[in-house]
Write a protein that binds this ligand. Structure first.
Ligand code: DON
Length: 305
């Protein structure tokens, strides 16, 4: 078994004080107030051993990482019909782009760009009685963690400035691929993005994507093996927007980023790792987070390739 604690400590101290050319996201004003110096890593192995360093216990805004959890719940509820409304192709465009929706007749390229996640939220609203509460319970159930919560401050802050998401939701509705009230869909979307977790919690909640034997504390399987394979495949090809190729090239794992500076990566069969460093590169992905994971999979020879 690898000495994960030693390895993450080594990479952490190599990277802790390098020059970080990224910038903290401030288009959601509440995110702009986070200290850029935060840096945390946690890895949880399939046999639930956990190793952390830095700010690994501090909760932060997981933003788009929650799109994996929304997709997971929608996939459970809707099954393969889900793919009639959302495609599984990389977009090669920024996460908040409106560009391809016109030629694609309102069918988003994948569930991880904002357009796709908004359609996933719409699908969840059609299935759930109290979408915000039910989604939160689902997350708490997977991880057996009742401390998970939304940040009302962040949700409110995003609602104030989320003009592109308002445009996306209305535009998709004009193609009849949003079935519910636009304000309700957006309110739900802003809440799922405001979910807060620490690196430790993130690396635990996604264990269901690493190990086919994973069952939650109630003994439930989260996804079938075939479904988990597909979610991992979309993470590999679409998890970093127009930088998905670069992430696969440098890190070689399925993963997902958020503009809060978090990144989660999965090694099916071995571990889930979460990194947090708030400064983002030009494509909206954590600068140090990507660097850390590149060094980690190289040192441990544990990419999927
Ligand atoms: O919709 C937004 O702009 C944000 N709530 C989420 C964006 C995000 O995290 C993109 N990921 N890198």
């Amino acid at each position: 078994m690898e000495n994960y604690q030693r390895i993450i400590e080594e990479i952490y101290s190599d990277l802790k004080s390098i020059e970080d050319t990224g910038k903290v996201a401030n288009y959601i004003p509440e995110l702009g107030s986070i200290s850029a110096d935060n840096f945390g890593i946690n890895i949880t192995t399939i046999d639930t051993k956990s190793f952390g360093i830095g700010n690994y216990k501090d909760k932060f805004s997981i933003q788009s990482i929650s799109k994996i959890l929304c997709l997971t719940l929608a996939y459970k509820l809707e099954g393969e019909k889900l793919w009639e409304r959302i495609d599984v192709e990389p977009s090669g465009n920024p996460f908040n782009s409106l560009l391809q929706l016109e030629s694609d007749c309102g069918k988003p390229r994948n569930p991880f760009i904002n357009a796709g996640a908004i359609v996933v939220c719409d699908i969840l609203i059609s299935h759930l009685k109290s979408p915000k509460e039910n989604f939160l319970s689902f997350c708490r159930d997977i991880s057996n963690n009742t401390t998970l919560h939304y940040s009302e401050k962040v949700a409110k802050s995003e609602k104030k400035t989320g003009f592109r998401n308002v445009a996306l939701c209305n535009f998709i509705k004009s193609f009849d691929n949003i079935k519910n009230n636009v304000d309700e869909v957006l309110d739900f979307y802003f809440h799922i993005c405001s979910l807060e977790m620490s690196c430790k919690e993130l690396s635990q909640i996604f264990l269901f994507l690493t190990d086919d034997n994973f069952r939650n504390h109630k003994g439930d399987r989260i996804l079938t093996m075939a479904q988990a394979k597909r979610v991992n495949a979309i993470m590999l090809t679409c998890g970093f927007y127009d930088e998905s190729g670069e992430f696969a090239f440098r890190v070689g794992l399925p993963g997902k980023s958020g503009v809060g500076g978090g990144i989660v990566a999965i090694h099916p069969d071995k571990y889930c790792i979460a990194v947090w460093s708030p400064k983002l590169n030009k494509k909206g992905n954590s600068y140090k987070g990507m660097l850390f994971l590149e060094k980690f999979t190289t040192k441990t020879a544990s990419s999927i390739f």
